[in-house]
Design a binder for this molecule. Structure first.
Ligand code: PLP
Length: 389
């Protein structure tokens, strides 16, 4: 099994599943967590594939998938309703119209953009194209594991580089970890599950240097949560001709996780090479692309969603502080904090109380990742958490 859990952990988790309980799992208020040698084994968690194999019951608070409950926008919903009558048609022209919108905003050529149903098909396609037996992919650890999990499916090696003491990507160590087998370096910024960011200038320098040797994949799923995404994005570096793939999704701040729209930006040659490996435009539904066109760069909606996310996040920070817990300050719509009991038990106890969260194990500690939801969901979390902490 291509998994970050040991077989024993997985069996333990599966036993929980079949025993009738179906869920597994300001300034750094500061979690002292230096990268330890034990950390070199890599973090433990359920991969996306393992996690979503579970039955997930109705919950008071669905805080396990980094979705945005404040979306999609009203304009997007109306566009879906308006599009239904013509949904017998393939949406080819609408996909072209969406690419026009993206290229006009970003200053790109149309052949530098590949649309797909969410960004996952792009992550999977890149793993498929770049990672053959004997190849390797370098990632931070913990980071979003979907691409390297697929790389392992294709028998490539996953080289995991621990985060820095500040829980940020250790770009120097990642660069050192690249060897002659490395075909892809995966960067997630902001990083999932820690919601930390790397210094934009440092990342740009890293990409400029490293992309001369090996393809760099920059996953910007959460970039819309930053105050200045334009300063952070690597799209500018793609425009300079660098060998970088940038993945974007509507699943997060746009609230489209169930509608499935994403895209990649890369050199025309890379787009051409990857297209056969990704389920690209044919995986996109007509109503979804109409909704994306209606809400792309909708400043008012995006600002409102951000404001509500921040209010819920502040409430969460206060809850954690009041209970004597520290957390990693978040630059996205989720927060990671250290828990004081076994992670699996914590997740199960929260689930019994109608609150879905996830857990990770790294630096010899157990951590909860909680997504930012509506205020009523954060209140449900707080009530359950107070019973456990
Ligand atoms: N990249 C990151 C970092 C994610 O956290 C996720 C989903 O949670 C994805 C990509 C995939 O999202 P989607 O396929 O919905 O675009």
């Amino acid at each position: 099994m291509a998994s970050s859990m040991s077989r024993r952990d997985w069996l333990k988790a599966s036993t929980l599943l079949t025993s009738g309980f179906t869920f597994l799992s300001g300034p750094l208020t500061s979690v002292a967590a230096p990268a330890s040698p034990a950390n070199m084994e890599g973090s433990k968690f359920l991969t996306e594939r393992e996690f979503y194999r579970q039955e997930i019951p109705d919950l008071k608070a669905r805080l396990f998938a980094n979705e945005n409950p404040f979306g999609p926008s009203d304009k997007a919903k109306q566009a879906i309703i308006d599009s239904l009558a013509k949904s017998y048609q393939y949406p080819f022209m609408d996909i072209a119209a969406m690419i026009d919108k993206i290229t006009a905003y970003e200053g790109l050529k149309p052949n530098m953009v590949l649309m797909s149903s969410g960004s996952s098909p792009i992550l999977h396609g890149a793993a498929n194209y770049y990672c053959k037996p004997g190849d390797s992919v370098v990632t931070a650890d913990p980071s979003y594991a979907d691409l390297p999990t697929h790389a392992e499916d294709f028998k490539a090696k996953w080289i995991k580089v621990p985060l820095t003491k500040e829980f940020s990507l250790d770009l120097d160590a990642m660069e050192k970890a690249i060897d002659s087998t490395t075909k892809l370096v995966y960067i997630c910024n902001p990083n999932n599950p820690t919601a930390t960011i790397v210094d934009a200038a440092k990342l740009k320098d890293f990409c400029e240097r490293v992309s001369k040797k090996v393809m760099v994949f920059v996953d910007e799923a959460y970039i819309d949560y930053l105050p200045d995404p334009e300063k952070t994005t690597l799209i500018e570096s793609v425009k300079k001709g660098q060998n970088i793939i940038v993945a974007r999704t509507f699943s997060k701040l746009y609230g489209f996780a169930g509608l499935r729209i994403g895209y990649m930006v890369a050199q025309p040659k890379t787009v051409e090479l990857l297209e056969p490996y990704c389920v690209g435009r044919i995986g996109i539904s007509g109503p979804s692309i109409k909704a994306a066109i209606a809400s792309y760069r909708d400043k008012e909606f995006l600002a409102e969603a951000l404001k509500k996310t921040m209010a819920s996040k502040e409430f969460l920070y206060k809850t954690l502080k009041d209970e004597g817990y520290s957390y990693i300050p978040s630059s996205a719509n989720f927060v990671m904090f250290e828990i004081k009991m076994d992670g699996q038990r914590f997740v199960n106890e929260m689930m019994k109380r109608g609150v879905g969260v996830r857990f990770w194990e790294f630096n010899n500690k157990h951590w909860c990742r909680i997504s930012i939801g509506r205020m009523d969901e954060m209140e449900a979390f707080a009530a359950a958490f107070k019973e456990l902490s």
